[in-house]
Design a protein around this ligand. Structure first.
Ligand SMILES: [Zn+2]
Length: 205
C-alpha cells in the first residue's frame, strides 16, 4: 500500500470513529418494553436513567403518574402493574425528556441539573444554556404542529438565559426574542430546528 492511500485510509477510519462517538454521546436508549402477565416492564430503565443523568425515582413517578398505575423499580427495571396504552410509554418518555432534560437552545440532551440560589436549573453541557427545571410542570402533551412562515398565538410560559420568551407548542419550544413571561403574543415562525423554533413577534396582544 502506498503512503497516500494509507493516509487516506487512516483519515477515513478516524472520521468514522469520531462520528460514531458523537452519535453515541447523544444517544438515549429507547425503552425496551416487555409484558409478563399483567405487568408491563421497561427492561432497560436503569440504562436510560444512567444516560440522561436524572434521579430514577423522579422519572419513575413521572411515568407511572401518566397512566394512573402503580409500579416499582426492581433490578434496574421499571415494572408497571397494568398495561399503559400502546405507544404510551414512548410518548410519556419523550415528554419527560423535553420537560426535564432537553436544552431549549440547541436541542441537546446532554444536560445536568444544577442548583442556583434556591432554584434548580437545567444546564446544557454542550452550549451552556440554562433554564429553570420546574417551569413546565403544567404542560400537557399536544399533537399540534407548527410550520415555518405561519403565524400563531402563543403564551410565554418561561424565559431562557438570555431573557427571550419561551412557549411550547406541540413538540416544539418556540423562542420569542423580546417577549415577557406571562405575555400572550402573536408570532411568525421564522425557522424550525430540531425541537425548537424561532418566533418573531408580529403584534402584542
Ligand atoms: Zn444547549
Amino acid at each position: 500500500m502506498d503512503e497516500q492511500r494509507y493516509s487516506d485510509l487512516l483519515k477515513k477510519v478516524k472520521s468514522s470513529v469520531q462520528k460514531r462517538e458523537e452519535k453515541k454521546r447523544f444517544q438515549i436508549p429507547k425503552p425496551e418494553i416487555i409484558t409478563e402477565g399483567k405487568l408491563t416492564i421497561i427492561k432497560n430503565f436503569k440504562d436510560i436513567v444512567d444516560v440522561i443523568n436524572r434521579d430514577e425515582s423522579h422519572i419513575f413517578k413521572y411515568l407511572i403518574k401518566q397512566f394512573g398505575l402503580s409500579g416499582e423499580i426492581s433490578d434496574g427495571r421499571l415494572i408497571f402493574k397494568g398495561k399503559p396504552p400502546e405507544g404510551g410509554i414512548d410518548k410519556a418518555f419523550q415528554e419527560y425528556l423535553r420537560i426535564y432534560v432537553q436544552c431549549y437552545e440547541c436541542g441537546n440532551y446532554d444536560t445536568e441539573i444544577v442548583r442556583e440560589f434556591r432554584n434548580e436549573v437545567i444546564r446544557c453541557k454542550a452550549c451552556g444554556a440554562e433554564r429553570p427545571l420546574f417551569a413546565h410542570k403544567e404542560i400537557k402533551y399536544s399533537e399540534e404542529k407548527i410550520e415555518e412562515g405561519k403565524i400563531y398565538e402563543l403564551e410565554v410560559t418561561d424565559l431562557n438565559r438570555d431573557g427571550d420568551g419561551l412557549s411550547v407548542k406541540g413538540d416544539i419550544t418556540v423562542i420569542i426574542p423580546g417577549a415577557k413571561k406571562g405575555q400572550k403574543v402573536t408570532v411568525k415562525i421564522d425557522r424550525i430546528r430540531k425541537n425548537y423554533a424561532l418566533g418573531m413577534m408580529v403584534k402584542k396582544a
